[in-house]
Design a protein around this ligand. Structure first.
Ligand SMILES: NC(=O)c1ccc[n+]([C@@H]2O[C@H](COP(=O)([O-])OP(=O)(O)OC[C@H]3O[C@@H](n4cnc5c(N)ncnc54)[C@H](OP(=O)(O)O)[C@@H]3O)[C@@H](O)[C@H]2O)c1
Length: 300
């Protein structure tokens, strides 16, 4: 097969609404010798994909425009490159086409070629919706735990939920921790949220910002940064993964798949849209409150 459908990020309309063009005659990139061609069945819509569509994701190399976005997905092995032999044709696998912004493109196409080392076999017990999103967020959480190296965080678990709109975060954290404040914080929101989280972190603790759902900058009070010694750091999954050896990276991926298969990591399911409706699906995924419906997916 030479041609396929794909949601393509169109160079001429970059950054604008409707930047996605659906092409039914998108060329299939044949697998290089150490790559595997995967027929993608289901892929999630992640914030990173949305950022790529608006060309604001630093991990995307716009030299490859027009490009196919899509940071992960589940599918079946269609064809092996000449030196790839670990996965039999027809096997269910997750495809992780990182680093993003390469000539092969991402998972928002029917067929994608990815390095064999980036594939993980999916056990029968793992449904497509869990497999399709097994990588990005679980690996980030895993990376945090490795980087933080704070055993207490592993032991603490999630015991309390605070609604930032209705409650005073610092006093609630004080109540929950017996006045000690938090060991540290991980912040996917940024903007003013970083300031709040720094104030809710105990002296000497660390706030890791890893997302920009609430703004492209973070603010922090000098009272916390200077006088209480709270450290502000960023975390980005891809450099962390790159810092691992091939064997370590493969082990992380295997371990994450085991955690998903055992139900320890249980991604939310959500609404499915046909790949051809990628534009509508992206818009719907941006609606406030969407997360209560789970992740949205592109199918087919
Ligand atoms: N640094 C890294 O390597 C890395 C890796 C993975 C993910 N991330 C980042 O992590 C963040 C979360 O990713 P995800 O896949 O979990 O996203 P998601 O599935 O889209 O969920 C985002 C959640 O955040 C809420 N939200 C959106 N804007 C908010 C705001 N301004 N203040 C408070 N809450 C807000 C949403 O609530 P509603 O639905 O109610 O609006 C939703 O519950 C994203 O920024 C993503 O880019 C970073």
């Amino acid at each position: 097969m030479k041609q396929t459908a794909a949601a393509v990020l169109d160079a001429s309309r970059k950054g604008r609404q409707g930047a996605i063009t659906i092409l039914r005659d998108h060329p299939v990139k044949e697998p290089k010798e150490d790559e595997v061609l995967v027929k993608v069945l289901l892929r999630p819509i992640h914030p990173v994909d949305i950022k790529t569509l608006s060309l604001t994701y630093p991990g995307f190399d716009s030299r490859y425009l027009p490009a196919v976005v899509g940071s992960e997905g589940v599918g079946k092995v269609a064809r092996n490159g000449v030196r790839a032999s670990k996965f039999a044709e027809g096997m269910r696998v997750v495809a992780v086409p990182w680093p993003t912004g390469t000539a092969n493109g991402g998972t928002w196409q029917q067929y994608v070629s990815v390095p064999e080392a980036n594939l993980v076999a999916v056990p029968d017990a793992v449904p497509d919706e869990a497999a399709a999103q097994f990588f990005l967020n679980p690996a980030t959480a895993y990376g945090f735990l490795e980087v933080l190296q704070v055993q207490e965080l592993l032991d603490v678990g999630a015991d309390a939920v605070i609604c930032t709109e209705d409650e005073d975060v610092v006093s609630r954290v004080q109540d929950i921790t017996g006045g000690e404040l938090a060991y540290g914080a991980v912040d996917p929101v940024a903007g003013a949220m970083t300031r709040t989280l720094a104030a809710a972190t105990r002296a000497g603790g660390t706030v890791y910002v890893y997302g920009s759902l609430g703004g492209a900058e973070s603010t922090v009070a000098l009272m916390d940064l200077v006088y209480r010694g709270v450290t502000l750091k960023g975390f980005w999954l891809f450099p962390w993964l790159k810092s691992l050896s091939n064997e370590q990276r493969a082990e992380v991926l295997q371990q994450l798949m085991r955690l998903v298969a055992e139900g320890v990591v249980a991604p939310h399911s959500g609404k499915r849209f046909p790949l051809e409706q990628a534009g509508e699906a992206v818009q719907a995924s941006q609606a406030p409150g969407r997360a209560s419906e789970g992740k949205f997916f592109l199918e087919g």
